[in-house]
Design a protein around this ligand. Structure first.
Ligand code: ADP
Length: 349
């Protein structure tokens, strides 16, 4: 039976990740496990006494130097990505995490772990290519299909060809649906890689609500959409994104309630901020589902919900936008009676 110290050494010896120590003064390797050899192509013995810098790709060197200097000042746990140069010349992306080793209170060595992240990087690159494909290669042809469809619709309207007009409007709504789905996907990708920025500016929330409501009036929705209440002050928020939240909530209210029913958008000024509510008289949401519906890809698959198409993206986007403003979003609902989606934007945005 090995003692704990020996067991630990045994573990490090057999770990897939490279484990090494570096002298803080010379920045040369002082010890390495066998995985460090596999990662770099050199044996551990070959690397002892070799400077760390000689294994780092030139582009990554400034970052490594910066991290080591920071570490000497204060030993906070750090994780960062760099590229190593393998013995055969290949560049290998690795994730480094390191801690300082002290002797008599003085920093003497850096203990590091390097993990090969080639596969992760390939997957990230594929994802990037996929999203740029969506944005450029698919969106552009779709917008020209839409443009020509609309031209043909005008022609059919003039010629009073109802049959053709109906077929063309099916094309138009299908193209709209794909375009919307793609922009939701791009948006979610941005949210997940934190590229998503909130551009705040003071604006009139009442006008923004009216803009969203008018859009649905124009779409000749068969619902009655009413506006209630008023914000007395301007809000300091990302206007475009807040309008996007209201549009998402309104389109859900329309989707999940019967034609002819009433939808109310209400703006309520409070002491600490402003609440916008979208109230419908639709199918409603069971209490047990009310939290999960804001999760990515979550859809209710029972009852009347199962007959309505969707992708479970809209409410997730709404929640991320509202949280990005330090706000709150929630739903109050009863099955068969309707739902009220509310979001609150604090004054101190
Ligand atoms: P989608 O509508 O595309 O499925 P959402 O993220 O917008 O995606 O909504 C998630 C789920 O929440 C929907 O599948 C639906 O079941 C439910 N939901 C959203 N809005 C309403 C509403 N106004 N009334 C009833 N159910 C709703």
């Amino acid at each position: 039976m090995l003692d704990p110290q020996e067991r630990l050494a045994h573990l490090i010896e057999h770990l897939n990740d490279a484990v090494y120590t570096v002298d803080t003064k010379t920045l040369q390797f002082t010890s390495l496990n066998p995985a460090a050899g596999t990662l770099t192509g050199y044996s551990s013995e070959e690397l002892i006494g070799v400077s760390v810098a000689s294994l780092i790709a030139p582009d990554s060197l400034p970052l490594v130097k910066k991290m080591i200097n920071q570490k000497k000042k204060k030993d906070l746990p750090t994780v960062y990505e760099v590229e190593l140069i393998h013995k055969d010349g290949r560049h290998i992306p690795v994730e480094i995490s390191s801690r300082m080793i002290y002797e008599d209170g003085k920093p003497v060595e850096i203990l590091g772990i390097a993990r090969d992240i080639t596969e992760r990087k390939v997957a990230e690159r594929q994802k990037e290519i996929f999203f740029s494909l969506i944005t450029h290669e698919i969106k552009n042809p779709l917008s020209s299909i839409l443009m020509y469809t609309q031209l043909l619709m005008k022609k059919a309207e003039k010629e009073e060809d109802a049959k053709e007009l109906k077929m063309l409007s099916v094309i138009q709504s299908q193209v709209d649906a794909i375009t919307q789905l793609m922009s939701d996907f791009v948006e979610i990708n941005q949210l997940q890689v934190k590229k998503f920025s909130i551009k705040k500016e003071p604006f009139d929330l009442n006008e923004a609500v009216s803009e969203a409501v008018t859009l649905f009036h124009k779409k000749a929705s068969k619902h009655r959409i009413l506006k209630k209440g008023k914000a007395k002050r301007f809000v300091n928020a990302d206007r475009q994104r807040i309008v996007q939240v209201i549009i998402n909530l309104l389109s859900n209210a329309i989707k999940y309630s019967q034609e002819g029913s009433t939808i109310t958008v209400s703006v309520d000024e409070e002491k600490t901020g402003v609440t916008v509510s979208v109230i419908d008289q639709g199918v409603g949401i069971a209490k047990s589902e009310q939290k999960a519906i804001f999760d990515l890809f979550y859809r209710i698959k029972v009852g009347k919900h199962s007959m309505i198409k969707g992708h479970g993206l809209g409410l997730y986007i709404c929640r991320e936008i509202v949280l990005g403003h330090n706000g709150k979003i929630w739903v109050e609902s009863e099955v068969g009676k309707g739902s009220t989606f509310r979001f609150f934007l604090p004054n101190t945005l």
